[in-house]
Design a protein around this ligand. Structure first.
Ligand SMILES: *Cc1c(COP(=O)(O)O)cnc(C)c1O
Length: 384
């Protein structure tokens, strides 16, 4: 008996692009003898801030810790409300709880997955102190109206740019003109340092405070103390944290940053090809550039309309059976046990998106042939 040789494909949803250059850079940091936060972190902060058009960068251990520091920087605390999308990775909402404030969930736009002036205004109260607006999956927020509204309301606008390195709004990179933005270098994002994050700001005084908060509240960094010929006695000015990045991570980050433009160009090509292939699969709506900007396609999500021939979970199961590791769409924090009993208003678009969307594989190793294969599975479900 002969078995038909049909090799089972294995297509991952995301693979970080890491090469020999990253390995070399990490090795050089190790050989230098300085592995904690030091000159490479400083260099990475400067390069990253320059790339995203921000004044200053403060490297931290993750975007989550960066959001925590952002809450402290804007002065949010117990009794305050901070509006966040439920439609986000749960860290966005959790950062509000870290400082004893209350996250208030706003709905999102169905096309972008992002909060808008209208969805924020619908849940705004006299206790609203800040908003954490998310550039979800790399799709940029419509920043001009959001910034105008935040200024009018007197609330701080914090940007969760975890996924948005290299995305643009009105011709400028996400990060430009932000009061404060937090970024992630987790391997699911386009620039990775294993774990890691950055906070970018324009105000030099905030930069000083953020650098202090990430390093135990010290008034002088350990690296500066080490470099000084004279003994420096540090003081601890407030309760800080250990949210530092290492020089090994920063060395990798510097190489990754050089790759960013190439990574985005390739992702946009792959996304365009998905758009072409999906055009004749009824009931599918794939994420696209909004009118005011461009996405880096950190996530390529597809919303299934009722006319599609199967549910999202059926689609995921069919793809998995064919070796394709797709993922459910972005989560909704208000549906998780950690937020059970937490009040929320009308979140109809959030619930629709999280229930009916899936994320398709998109990374440097995805071939045109893979894309055809993936879309054929979806088309098959449709019975078309
Ligand atoms: C990934 C992500 C985070 C968390 O980033 P970490 O660096 O893993 O802490 C926060 N917010 C959003 C929107 C994310 O996608």
């Amino acid at each position: 008996m002969t078995l038909e040789a049909v090799p089972q494909r294995k297509i991952a949803v995301m693979i970080p692009l890491l090469g020999e250059e990253e390995a070399q850079a990490a090795a050089e940091a190790v050989r230098s003898g300085w592995v904690a936060q030091g000159p490479r972190v400083a260099q990475f902060e400067e390069a990253f801030a320059a790339r995203v058009g921000a004044g200053h960068g403060v490297a931290v251990s993750s975007c989550t810790t960066g959001l925590h520091l952002a809450m402290l920087a804007v002065g949010v605390g117990p009794g305050d409300e901070v509006i966040v999308p439920s439609f986000s990775f749960i860290a966005t909402a959790n950062a509000v709880r870290y400082v004893g404030a209350t996250p208030v969930f706003a709905d999102v736009d169905l096309d972008t997955g992002n909060v808008t002036v209208e969805t924020l205004d619908a849940v705004r109260t006299s206790r609203t102190r800040a908003v954490i607006a998310v550039h979800q999956g790399g799709v940029p927020l419509d920043l001009m109206p959001l910034r105008a509204a935040a200024a009018e309301w007197g609330v701080a606008l914090v940007e969760d740019a975890a996924c948005a390195a290299g995305s643009t709004v009105d011709g400028r990179p996400v990060g430009a003109g932000a009061t404060i933005a937090a970024w992630s270098f987790h391997p699911r994002k386009l620039v990775t340092t294993g774990e890691g994050g950055m906070v970018t700001v324009d105000d030099p005084e905030w930069t000083t405070r953020l650098k202090r908060l990430r390093e135990h509240g010290m008034n002088v960094s350990a690296a500066d103390r080490h470099r000084s010929a004279q003994p420096i006695l540090e003081a601890y000015l407030e309760t800080g944290y250990n949210y530092r990045m290492t020089d090994i991570q920063a060395a990798i980050g510097l190489v990754q940053l050089d790759r960013l433009d190439g990574i985005i160009a390739q992702r946009r090509e792959l996304a365009a090809r998905y758009h072409e292939l999906l055009a004749d699969v009824p009931g599918t709506r794939a994420v696209r550039d909004p009118a005011y900007g461009t996405t880096n396609y950190q996530s390529f999500w597809v919303l299934l309309d009722p006319e599609f021939g199967a549910t999202r979970d059926e689609a995921l199961a069919a793809l998995a059976a064919k070796g394709v590791s797709a993922r459910r769409g972005i989560m909704a924090a208000h549906l998780e046990p950690a937020y059970e009993g937490h009040p929320y208003a009308d979140l109809r678009n959030t619930e629709r998106l999280t229930r009916d969307s899936l994320i398709l594989p998109l990374h440097h190793a995805v071939t045109e042939d893979d894309q055809q294969y993936i879309v054929d599975v979806l088309r098959g479900l449709n019975g078309a």
